[in-house]
Design a protein. Structure first.
Length: 338
């Protein structure tokens, strides 16, 4: 397609305390052969650490016809930052990128724009995600065994050419991608939606900080209302580095992933189906089994056994506050981010 006829892309980048990673991402966007209409940096950092980076790159992007905008977030977390970016955005398509991602090729934005231009019934698309942790060499047999265990226990596992949501609220992610696939959800680190979607849906601001499962919550709602409207394409790729900088401590991460999992399951997945509830309870038990087995088989030091204690306690907190969770009141947990 002719570049002038492609849908204009607004790139929204929420960021928190990662100026180095943000600069590296901007550098890869700057070299795209189809520049975005604008880049909106939503800064949730405590010391506005992204402001200097935005100022440094502003003229560079102006020279390629892209407007680089800096917006100060309210510190309420990733979902709120994305909603704020949508309010500012002017493009026909809005692409969300995490600040620890990279666009390894020069044609990533053009490929996604061309795909949406040719497929008018597709509302959301994402490239194939290359996780930097995938480059770590591991025993293939160990990988297969771990994946099989996660599959049996209704936890998140990997399968070729699949991106789906399980009855438990866990996901199936693609190990490899050899064709365009229809998806039941998209991943938040690099998802792209048509602008009109945001007239019906917003990211859930009950989910704070980096908002565990906020991407599933948003995209699965789009999927349920518009089946076959979400796609993943193999010929555009993105690197997700999973940077440790700016993340929560292990204990708080365990509590967040547990409590938000309960919340998203009962909000989006349960639908009063007994099979779904059984799958969820089975997955909770499986999570304990997998965590314990990992600590034993990988011969983790004693200090790391605290992760199991924290996980058990997170279950207790979640069940104790189940009424609040069902009522979408996460204040009992989110007060920790005040």
């Amino acid at each position: 397609m002719i570049l002038d006829k492609l849908p204009k892309i607004s790139v929204v980048v929420p960021t928190r305390n990662r100026p180095k990673e943000l600069a590296e991402l901007l550098q890869t966007i700057l070299h795209q052969d189809y520049p975005p209409l604008e880049i909106i940096i939503v800064d949730d950092s405590l010391e506005c650490s992204a402001k200097g980076v935005a100022g440094l790159y502003s003229l560079n992007f102006k020279s390629v016809g892209c407007d680089l905008k800096y917006v100060l977030g309210n510190g309420d977390g990733l979902p709120a930052a994305r909603n704020l970016g949508v309010q500012v955005a002017k493009g026909e398509v809005i692409l969300f990128l995490d600040d620890d991602t990279l666009l390894p090729g020069k044609n990533v934005l053009r490929i996604m724009a061309e795909f949406l231009g040719k497929n008018i019934n597709v509302l959301g698309v994402q490239p194939f995600i290359i996780s930097q942790t995938d480059s770590i060499t591991r025993n293939e047999l160990t990988n297969k065994l771990e994946n099989a265990i996660y599959k049996v226990f209704m936890l998140t596992y990997h399968r070729d050419n699949t991106l789906a949501v399980r009855r438990s609220g866990a996901s199936i992610f693609p190990n490899s991608l050899s064709k365009i696939i229809r998806a039941q959800r998209l991943s938040g680190c690099c998802c792209c939606y048509r602008r009109e979607i945001f007239k019906q849906f917003k990211f859930d601001t009950n989910l704070k900080r980096y908002g565990f499962m906020e991407d599933l919550d948003f995209s699965y709602k789009v999927y349920k209302k518009n089946p076959k409207s979400l796609c993943v394409i193999p010929y555009a790729k993105i690197v997700h580095r999973h940077t440790a900088e700016g993340r929560l401590a292990t204990k708080m991460t365990i509590y967040m992933s547990t409590i938000y999992w309960f919340y998203i399951f009962f909000k989006d997945i349960f639908e009063r189906l007994i099979l779904n509830l059984v799958a969820f309870m089975w997955a909770l038990m499986g999570n304990l089994v997998a965590t314990t087995g990992g600590l034993i088989l990988k011969r983790k030091p004693k200090r790391e056994w605290w992760t199991l204690i924290w996980l058990l306690n997170a279950y207790v907190v979640a069940f104790k506050n189940l009424r609040n969770i069902l009522g979408s009141n996460l204040g009992f947990f989110n007060k920790n981010f005040g």
